[in-house]
Design a protein around this ligand. Structure first.
Ligand code: PAF
Length: 283
């Protein structure tokens, strides 16, 4: 496995693959890796001749300074896990390498509705930061397939929009890999490291409620399902719920009642202790 710290070294390492019509898989991460990330690497290895993972804690996508400061850094373990998973190249850039022009004059992306709802509503500017870093990383790695986790459902849609804005639809395929869960159903996330044992156990209430909604959305009113889920989360020690929303899975427009043929997704964001967790399930 090769570790590249600059875009120039990365380009030099990948040069021979660019010319050969070979699939280059890319897994962007912010480190603190877990089995969810490893599933992305495994999927890339299935589909591509060469797999590149980046580790870069992107300062421009944190709307909350505290969240940025507390973001876990586990670089040695990350490198160990990537090597074990058979990743070929790690791109490990510095902030200056990614933002050579500084972080104050970022590009603005026209995401409209997509950044006004759900995560966009509660994390102002977050998706602008995501687009800024993902575009820069894509321009440096120049992959043919990009792998993202379904856990960040809205991010997958935003990145798909970014690919369109970059006009890369014909040269980059986006693959969304299903969420990997702990035994109790809790979606794997780097933020889970900040949970106490008790919180980790209680946090399973998110998945239990998603499942309840999946099993009952055809027969029970949506507002009742959402109210029940809110009550259950609060009963299980969640302190604050940002949203529980049933949406059209294609465009994230909220949907008030069941209609046959409309593909739905239910999305949740809630705080347990200081930690904000998100999850979703296709219905
Ligand atoms: O999902 C993440 O870890 C980040 O948002 C990403 C895509 C690596 C961009 O920083």
């Amino acid at each position: 496995m090769v570790i590249c710290k600059t875009a120039a070294i990365l380009e030099n390492t990948l040069k021979k693959y660019y010319t050969n019509n070979i699939n280059i898989g890319f897994v962007p991460t912010m480190g603190a890796l877990h089995n969810g990330h490893i599933a992305l690497i495994e999927e890339s290895k299935q589909q591509c001749a060469i797999t590149v993972a980046s580790i870069f804690v992107n300062p421009t996508q944190f709307n909350d300074k505290n969240d940025f400061e507390k973001y876990p850094i586990t670089i040695e373990n990350d490198i160990f896990l990537l090597e074990k998973a058979g990743c070929d190249i790690i791109f490990l850039p510095s902030v200056n390498e990614i933002y050579s022009d500084g972080i104050d004059n970022l590009k603005h992306y026209e995401l409209s509705y997509l950044e006004e709802i759900l995560e966009g509503k509660y994390r102002k500017g977050h998706f602008q930061g995501v687009c800024n870093v993902v575009e820069r990383l894509l321009l440096m790695v120049k992959p043919t397939i990009l792998f993202l986790g379904q856990k960040d459902y809205q991010q997958c849609m935003v990145v798909s929009k970014l690919v369109e804005l970059m006009n890369w639809q014909n040269k980059l395929k986006l693959v969304i890999v299903p969420t990997i869960r702990e035994e109790n159903g809790l979606a794997m996330s780097s933020r889970n490291r900040r949970l106490t044992e008790e919180e980790r156990t209680k946090a399973a209430a998110i998945y239990n409620n998603l499942l309840y909604m999946k099993n009952n959305f055809e027969r029970l009113p949506f507002n009742g399902l959402i109210k029940r889920a809110e009550e259950e989360l609060l009963k299980n020690g969640f302190l604050k719920i940002d949203y529980i929303s049933i949406c059209n899975a294609q465009n994230l427009q909220p949907i008030a009642e069941y209609k046959e043929g409309v593909k739905l997704v239910v999305l949740i964001a809630a705080f347990i202790g200081e930690v904000r967790l998100i999850d979703n399930l296709l219905l």
